[in-house]
Ligand binder design. Sequence first.
Ligand SMILES: [Zn+2]
Length: 68
Amino acid sequence: MSDAVRKLIERLAPDPVCDDCIADRLALPDRQEAGIAASELAATSQFERRRDACVLCGNTKPTTRRLP
Ligand SMILES: [Zn+2]
């Protein structure tokens, strides 16, 4: 699961993507799961989590991105 989330974020790097779009793109039944997986990634030095404009939906929300 978190592997799929990581791949999606890496594909969009270095642009940030929100939890809703992650859940949407991966057809996850639970949006919270996307947030949990994204938070786990953000605990590593390669990913960052912050409020930003999502590259897919354009809304300013908590997003995750792969650092360049
Ligand atoms: Zn979005």
